[in-house]
Design a protein around this ligand. Sequence first.
Ligand code: CTP
Length: 410
Amino acid sequence: MGDLYGKTIVLGVCGGIAAYKAAALTSKLTQAGATVRVIMTKSAVQFVAPLTFQTLSRHHVFVDTFDEKDASVVSHINLADSADLVVIAPATANTIGKLALGLGDDMLSTTLLATMAPVWVAPAMNVHMYANPAVQQNMQTLRSRGVRFIEPGEGQLACGYVGKGRLAEPEEIFATIEQYFGGGSRLKGRHVLVTAGGTVERIDPVRYITNDSSGKMGYAIAEEAVRMGATHVTLVTGPTALSAPAGVELIPVKSALDMRDAVLSRLAANHLIIKAAAVADYRPAAVAEQKMKKKTESLTLELVKNPDILQEIGTLKTEQFVIGFAAETERLDEHALDKLKRKNCDLIVGNDVSQDGAGFSGDTNVVRIFDHNGLVEALPIQSKHLVARRLLELAAERMPRLAHTTGIPS
Ligand code: CTP
């Protein structure tokens, strides 16, 4: 039974075009076994019919404070008391402002005033409205009172602007809610080591060979591992433009050889190893001590093969659960399965880097996950965080029970 089963979530839907996404969220929450009680503002009703939410939630939808259907209760108090969690998605600048000021002039704002449950707010609005100091200050006020924000994404907005203000995707809001109700302990007791980014192979003091890896996939995995309650998360990372995720031990490295040392020396101390790094296959045979001078018309660099870190892990591992990545531009399934077997991984994440929405620099990925028996799951385009989350869930389901694991500190 899922973590959301039997939980009551009061969902406040405000008047913005993103109100339609709240329908998908209602459906997901209901399917996961939660009771969803929807409150719409009058403006929200301009965008989506209450009947949509009534049908998806199988409950009456509240809009008017005085439209009391059940004489035995006062609806906004009853709803406020029944909530295990209140989520406002989408939240407009107006509702955020009312909540910050403590105003209660409709069904949603009175319920918000009355509830003792945690309140989460997923804003959605025009980029300039979102950046407006009044809105930012209201959000700050609410944060200081313990309201949690599910940040809007950046991208094309319905108003024509491009920027921050797009409602977080229903899947992301759902994953955050699910984690709150227990998914946050799935990696409890586990020590997780993640590698990320590309390695840098020096030619001389000012030149090097590297690749396009941004590190985003590996950083997302490390962050999600913390969210899922891992006891210790180590992130061995090549140079990236990303900041260290909270709660993670960051080990910066440069070359494949550095990464190899950092990983192999920590192998025995970890239960789960995820090799998302794009390790350079070759390095210059010699590193010039001084900046190389241009003397000749052509120059041939001799490269030698780097050790395959994942393959070494595959040979050395005892009880560790090992996940590799396979970045491919053709015949994805075949190459990914071949790598899984050759490198003795438990799972491999096949990634067609030539596909739209997949690959190195973006925030999304499209992956196919394999085990020794073949395809486990094909994930449609989604944020790297959701990919990370699903991957860790699959690992958590398949890893040996902690009691059976010896030698690794818990
Ligand atoms: N990998 C590694 N050490 C290397 C090369 C790759 O640990 N020297 C790991 C990567 O971190 C990844 C997996 O192996 O988890 C596959 O990497 P990829 O670059 O897709 O494959 P390669 O083994 O390099 O094979 P090829 O370049 O032939 O596709």
